[in-house]
Design a protein around this ligand. Sequence first.
Ligand code: BF8
Ligand code: SF4
Length: 656
Amino acid sequence: MTDIKKKKQVDRNRAIDPAVLDILARELPVDTAYDRYLAQQPQCKFGDTGICCRICIQGPCRITPKAPRGVCGATAYTIVARNLVRSVTGGASAHSDHAKHILLTLKALLEGHAPDYSIKSSEKLHAVAERFEIPIVGRADMEILADVVALAMEDFTRMGSGKVKWIEKTVTPGRVEKFNDCNIMPTSVFEAIASATAQTHVGMDADPVNLIFKALATSLADYTGMHIGTDMSDILFGVPKPVYTEANMGVINPTKVNIAVHGHNPLLSEMIVLAARELDDEAKEAGAEGIQLMGICCTGNEVLMRQGVPPVTNFMSQELPIMTGAIDAMVVDLQCIMPGIQTAAECYNTRIVTTSENAKIPGAHHIDFNSEENALEQAKDVIRIGIDGFRERVGSECSIPDIKNKVVAGFSQEALYELFSAINPEAPIKVLTDALKSGELRGVVLLCGCNNLKVKHDESHIVIAQELAKNDVLLLATGCAAGSYAKLGLLSSEAVDMYAGDGLKAFINRLNEANADNLEGKLPLIFHMGSCVDNSRSTNLATAIANDLGVDIPKIPFAASAPEAMSEKAIAIGSWNVAMGLPVHVGVVPPVTGSELVNGVALQIAHDVYGGYFMWETDPQLAAQKLLEALDYRSWKLKVHEQTAEKFGVTASTAW
Ligand code: BF8
Ligand code: SF4
């Protein structure tokens, strides 16, 4: 067997999406992430378990039985905890940088120099203003927006004393108390990030527990940035509602100008959607049948949720659409963009267009996207680069896997409430809490996070979802997890018939019947809530369930799972979900096992303090079982506490 054949066989063991396997099976002129993962083996065990320190340049210091301390005297628990804080800080920085761009665009809009943007959802603006008791009656939307933006900016920049308002007003009263008691309520986003970076400098904090608390405080800054990002995007681009489309490589249309939007920030991708509509005739003049947009990663999720743009693939396979030979341009903004796309593009007829001053790739086209001046014109420039690409591609060979699946997406919390309102207009959330109390639904699980080649691409996402659906768990999804489900057909109504247990089927069908006149089609098996930034939507739902049941989040049958977590952002999100009181499964063991103490805090002690905790489980079947056990335990305990309270005429225990 030749080396290349051997390699392809191993590669085929690292993915389950037939479109991905189709492309990986070809003789490709360039390597992919799947090949590079193999080339990186074996990976360093010190790094893998978190006991390599490079905080100062006396290092790297690696902890071994022979050398149990770094040069400065730091032990394994300090090094692991410090690395963890730095990861969470990286994630919080990324999310809040994203939100900051949106806030700055809103500020420019208020000052009259972001002419291509406007308030798309007055309703959401009013809802956010009311949350903070900002007056709305008799005021123009721009006046209200000015107050909302000022408050959000204060939550980003406050120094010294004070607390983040976006947390105080969006979580349960019990969580506010807990965060204050544990001293993890951040003062502001930027303050938390700066303070965490300082606290982990050489010669600073060596106390692992203090460091872990800092990680949680910083993760709450991450939550803040994300929540503000979602709220502001909804105001600027509209609140998602159900959309019907398709996903996977089969959405690439060889007769059209194919443009993929990739990254995270809707400021650009929303403009690309507008520009594509306006330049359809130019594409036709170039001989194309029109423009086909498609999404990758979270900017793909953003334009799927609000515009119905089809997702072509998710993080791990982002290079592969290029290898069909039919992608004319791939425009990227920020985060999760593999530099490898440029190498791939150079072997095919694809133009990579970078647009952020913070995320450039050597060799790519660069347009310094400025949302404050000529956003739409710049988006048109990008589309024209795609049209040029098409002109050059005409007549050349392309090979597109003929694989696509139906998708229903667009389930913001507001959209879910609208569905529930058709059954219970007075108290929509009761549709969900009643189903949880009666046992029709066994719980709710948010499926989120990335892809990671330490496990088979997409497999853990799919296996866990199918197993939970069979067991009547209501499933929500965001990020690249949602990308997996879109590509592989689990965001369709057909998947309800194929995979849902009787209880889940009955619940979804009741919603279908009640909403028959409002929906274009039937509801899917999994409810896509948006990009990773939109994980705050899931927390809002958990908060509403807890408030309706009159308990705090640690007592509700709600969990989260990141079956293929990869990025620092995922570590930050997982950490705040634990602080919120949720069991959080992670399907890849993060680099904390080098310290029994830190690992023990994540897996057990966190539960005592916050009610939430991590579960590392790489086997997706076992992971699903552990998630079900966590949901059942919570339902059982909630019932015991309620029955005891009733029997003795007292209020239910607030313990978990
Ligand atoms: O923010 S799930 S690989 S694309 S980090 Fe990145 Fe992970 Fe995908 Fe979205 Ni989220
Ligand atoms: Fe080594 Fe300490 Fe420097 Fe880390 S901070 S690299 S453990 S000397």
